[in-house]
Design a protein around this ligand. Structure first.
Ligand SMILES: Cc1ncc(COP(=O)(O)O)c(C=O)c1O
Length: 423
């Protein structure tokens, strides 16, 4: 398992665009209150390799890192493809997703700085489950605002968080001023990541000993997730005897993208090789429920609705956009992160959007061939990989395709059932 995270900010294709931070108080002042100092420093660090604290390495090992890199032979045979398809199995972690990698690290720094409570938002609940577990392991309380429609669709995620002692509240929330305002304007608002981030930050501002943890969208989260890309490179070489980026082959790294953390964790450590001429392609799979990278407008906007975060330049559906309440809770962001948007803008990152049914069909095919049930978010990456393999076959190429299996689908069976079986 890697002992350092890789900070790929120095490998970006251009400078990060300026943020607009004109509120009173400013977003930087808000962040200084609610975020642990070590995390703020990591967010803009210029060190290339950042040592992972020893206790964090130990926890990650106990949780099952490094996770397996699985060659999907049966899927390949079913497709009749010449591509070699690998799945990075983050679904095997105890909370069922890759989110645990950064939850453990962020909880560690919060506890080190004397914070007593972790406050955050969650979409489908995977991030919330990871924070609830990391909080317990660090002796901290957890308070989690979960997007209301996802909370109704996936009650078992709530039960898991509550078993760990976390307080779980639907968002928009009656516990915050921003939540009450949203509910007054739209009483049946289904909630979105924008509402939940706002609820969580407002609440964290009220508690001097609380830390607000970000599940995605920020360099510090991407940094912690670089374990994914680092492990993949090592496992491909040492276990499977594969080199990535061989000339003319068009190897692909594929991940779904909501806030961009499993994607950036996978591709971040490989940006330098691509810029140096490796034949490597990066593909983001998003949901047609919030197709920012494929159909959004490149403009300034915020990821929350309460004005607590700075305005960043990114692909956006606009702040008034309310995503339809489908089962893909982790991909329903209205505004893409500045970093993912920059990669897309500069042509380093391709993107493709799938509707829920197409993605879940791909998830079902993976279950029926490999016996692996992935979360709906991760099923989007599988759908994208199927397209990449078909295209490679048509072009007579035999690439390596690495798909980030970002989470398990066992608590999403209701969604699979409603979309694929209950017709
Ligand atoms: C299983 C799973 N995959 C992917 C995502 C998308 O997050 P990100 O884009 O930050 O990787 C989520 C978010 O909730 C998730 O739960």
């Amino acid at each position: 398992m890697p002992t350092h995270w890789y900070n790929f900010l120095g490998d970006l294709p251009g400078p990060m665009p300026e943020v607009r931070d004109l509120g009173t108080p400013t977003a930087a002042e808000i962040a200084a209150k609610v975020r642990p100092r070590a995390l703020i420093e990591q967010n803009g660090s210029d060190e290339q390799w950042i040592a992972i604290p020893e206790p964090v390495v130990e926890w990650l090992r106990q949780c099952g890192r490094p996770t397996p890199l699985h060659r999907a032979h049966r899927l390949e045979r079913h497709l009749g493809t010449g591509a070699r398809i690998y799945l990075k199995r983050e679904d095997v972690l105890p909370t069922g997703s890759f989110k645990l990698n950064t939850a453990i690290a962020q909880a560690y720094y919060a506890a080190q700085e004397g914070r007593t409570t972790l406050i955050t938002e969650t979409g489908a609940g995977q991030w919330g489950m990871s924070v609830a577990l990391a909080a317990k392991m660090s002796g901290l309380r957890a308070e989690i605002f979960m997007v209301k429609c996802s909370l109704e669709q996936k009650p078992y995620r709530r039960h898991y968080m509550e078993l760990l002692g976390a307080e779980v509240r639907p968002s928009p929330s009656t516990h915050t001023a921003i939540g009450r305002r949203i509910l007054q304007e739209a009483p049946s608002h289904p909630g979105s990541l924008g509402t939940a981030i706002s609820d969580a930050i407002e609440r964290a501002l009220e508690h001097p000993s609380a830390a607000y943890l970000a599940g995605s969208g920020m360099p510090l989260v991407y940094l912690h997730q670089t374990l994914l890309g680092l492990e993949v490179a090592q496992q491909l070489k040492e276990i499977h005897g594969e080199d990535l980026g061989v000339e003319g082959r068009g190897d692909h790294l594929v991940a779904c993208s909501g806030g961009g953390s499993n994607l950036c964790g996978l591709i971040g450590p490989h940006l330098r090789a691509r810029a140096g001429g490796s034949d490597l392609r990066f593909l983001a799979a998003e949901s047609t429920a919030a197709p920012r990278l494929t159909r959004g407008v490149y403009r300034y906007g915020r990821t929350d609705l309460g004005g607590f975060t700075p305005e960043v330049l990114g692909y956006s559906m606009g702040e008034s956009f309310v995503p339809p309440p489908n089962h893909v809770g982790g991909l329903r962001n209205h505004h893409s992160s500045a970093l993912v948007s920059l990669l897309r803008r500069e042509g380093v990152l391709d993107a493709v959007a799938f509707d829920e049914r197409t993605a879940l069909e791909a998830g079902r095919l993976l279950l029926q061939t490999e016996g692996l049930l992935l979360a709906p978010e991760a099923a989007h990456a599988v759908a994208a990989a199927l397209d990449v393999a078909a295209k490679a076959d048509a072009d007579n190429r035999e690439p390596v395709i690495v798909v980030l299996a970002s989470g398990s689908g066992f608590l999403d069976l209701q969604g699979y059932h409603e979309v694929l079986l209950d017709t």
